[in-house]
Design a protein around this ligand. Structure first.
Ligand code: NAP
Length: 313
């Protein structure tokens, strides 16, 4: 049985004095707006102090409403919570960045962001249609803008004091290197799919060496098959240490030095997922060496098309 410790309160320092990000974060990619609001509120009440949303999730309004309600209650203040959102692919043209950012802030009812991410390195045709397609149903990419141009527009937001840190999402190692090397303000966070079936060791190593925080999404494997939470290595450790499979996987992510995002609309799981404490070194080794399966669940990194958001038409 593992004794409670402070693992759940771990914070990772961000580059350029932009503060620190709580390792244990709550994602809000929840399709139902009422469930999003309720889950966000419950997550803050359970102890989560990092929230992740995105223009593309269409959950910023509900996340904003939940925060307002919680802040009004008085126990948690705005500055206690690390809030991140993301610029969508249709807003990569530099002149579209600030308006998109301001629109996100407004929906979130905030006057600054802790972290603004470029959601994917793929620019889509600019406009109000978030999923622009040609007559054959193929994505309409925008070849007229480079990722670095978009990055420069994010740097301006930091310079103007509107957000504390900026970062990249759904990008591979080579893409991160390219921006890192050219950037004036370096990426503070790289947000990618990662879990024991996709540990991304090489990317994590690069991030560590360059003072970047790797934030893992789908930290529990997104309820996909094969079910990470039913993996015999994970369930074996969970039984041995008296924790649930989810708690073991979340502890692994924090102990190897990443931040993470997990999501649930289920109240009991919100509490369970915050109730994380350390697992022994031999359990870490068992996960690192005993799990050989490698699976990417979300192909967004290859196309810019979100893998976990159903298409509307
Ligand atoms: N940048 C990107 O492209 C990108 C892509 C995907 C996600 N994200 C971000 O990362 C966040 C997390 O991703 P994710 O939703 O894939 O995370 P996840 O936590 O791996 O998967 C969520 C799923 O796991 C289930 N679950 C949660 N806690 C559980 C527990 N203790 N036991 C059993 N099942 C549990 C949830 O079920 P219930 O809800 O039914 O309880 C839900 O189906 C998202 O909300 C979003 O903010 C970013």
């Amino acid at each position: 049985m593992i004794e409670p410790d402070n693992l759940r309160y771990t914070k990772l320092a961000l580059s350029r004095g932009a503060g620190a990000i709580p390792a244990l974060g709550f994602g809000t990619l929840i399709p139902d707006p009422i469930a999003t609001r309720n889950a966000t509120k419950a997550a803050l009440e359970a102890g989560f102090r990092a929230l992740d949303t995105a223009e593309r999730y269409r959950t910023e309004k509900e996340v904003g409403e939940a925060m307002v309600e919680v802040f009004k209650a008085g126990k948690i203040k705005r500055e206690d919570v690390f809030v991140a959102t993301k610029l969508w692919n249709t807003n990569h043209r530099p002149e579209r960045v600030k308006p998109a950012f301001e629109a996100s802030l407004k929906k979130l009812q905030l006057d600054y962001l802790d972290l603004y991410l470029i959601h994917t390195p793929f620019a889509f045709q600019p406009g109000d249609e978030q999923d622009p397609r040609d007559a054959n149903g193929n994505v309409s990419y925008d070849r007229g803008v480079k990722l670095l141009d978009t990055w420069r527009a994010l740097e301006e937001l930091v310079d103007e004091g509107k957000c504390k840190a900026i970062g990249l999402s759904d990008i591979g190692l080579e893409g991160v290197k390219e921006i890192f090397e050219a950037a004036t303000i370096k990426p503070a966070v790289v947000h990618v799919e990662s879990h024991p079936y996709l540990p991304e060791w090489e990317l994590l190593d690069y991030c560590r060496k360059n003072g970047i925080v790797l934030q893992a999404f789908a930290a529990l494997g997104h309820s996909s098959e094969p079910n990470l939470l039913a993996d015999p290595v994970i369930t074996g450790i969970a039984n041995r240490v008296g924790k649930t499979a989810a708690q073991v996987v979340l502890a692994w992510a924090i102990q190897r030095g990443t931040a993470l995002l997990t999501t649930t609309k289920t109240p009991s799981r919100i509490k369970e997922n915050f109730d994380v404490s350390g697992i022994p070194e031999d359990a870490m080794r068992e996960i690192n060496e005993g799990i050989k399966l490698r699976i990417r669940l979300n192909s967004v990194v290859k196309t810019g098309v979100p893998g976990f958001i159903p298409r509307e038409k």
